[in-house]
Write a protein that binds this ligand. Sequence first.
Ligand SMILES: Nc1ncnc2c1ncn2[C@@H]1O[C@H](COP(=O)(O)OP(=O)(O)OP(=O)(O)O)[C@@H](O)[C@H]1O
Ligand SMILES: [Mg+2]
Length: 220
Amino acid sequence: MSDAAVDAAAVAEIVARGRIISQSGNQGSIHAGTIGGRPVLVKAVYGNPVSAFLRRTMLRREYHAYRRLEGIDGIPHCYGLFDGHYLALEYVDAPTYRDSPPKERDRFFERLFGIIEAIHERGVAHGDLMRKSNILVQHGERPWIIDFGVAEIYRPGFHPFNHWLHGFLWQHDFNAWLKHKYRREFDDMTPEDAAYYKPILIDRVARVFKRIFMAPFRGR
Ligand SMILES: Nc1ncnc2c1ncn2[C@@H]1O[C@H](COP(=O)(O)OP(=O)(O)OP(=O)(O)O)[C@@H](O)[C@H]1O
Ligand SMILES: [Mg+2]
């Protein structure tokens, strides 16, 4: 079966009758089902005109990012964006990092680093990897990165804001990797890993707060 079987009608059918993965009020929803034997996940957006417009914009952004990243091991295959409000992706049968952290940590973080480098090489900075629900953990050791709703794609030429934002999110991706790998204990970083760490202002503020407020509980 080719990707062509995943058409607008089949995708709408999953939204109507598939398994609901999540439903956030009148904002949007996520559904899963199969098309021609392939597991497919559909992110659907709707809502009032203002929120629907914003979410459609994010979904389009996500679609462009997935297209750029096609073929990278650890990024779900994208079947397309249908009618501007249904994004169809390969469904990965794996829990999120939040629900089920990796068991083979060394292998997992080495692979996750490889995926981050691969997406950066294609000009995409993810920007939302601090959230553990945006990383899937398959068989306790294999990472998948999802949710490119705030990703920034590097635009060649004179685009100062794009270049600044891309650089900011690019660094944020490595900081997120280190945060998960070291469980926020940044002082334990190896010198090799520390070379990738550059706390951006918001991370610095969070660390200072943590040091001050968690100090009384250390050692308990
Ligand atoms: N390709 C996929 N395969 C399997 N599960 C997925 C996939 N994409 C998303 N999910 C599941 O749906 C959840 C929400 O997906 P995603 O983060 O892309 O949407 P979102 O609208 O940005 O939601 P949130 O606000 O919760 O981040 C994920 O945490 C994950 O459990
Ligand atoms: Mg998400």
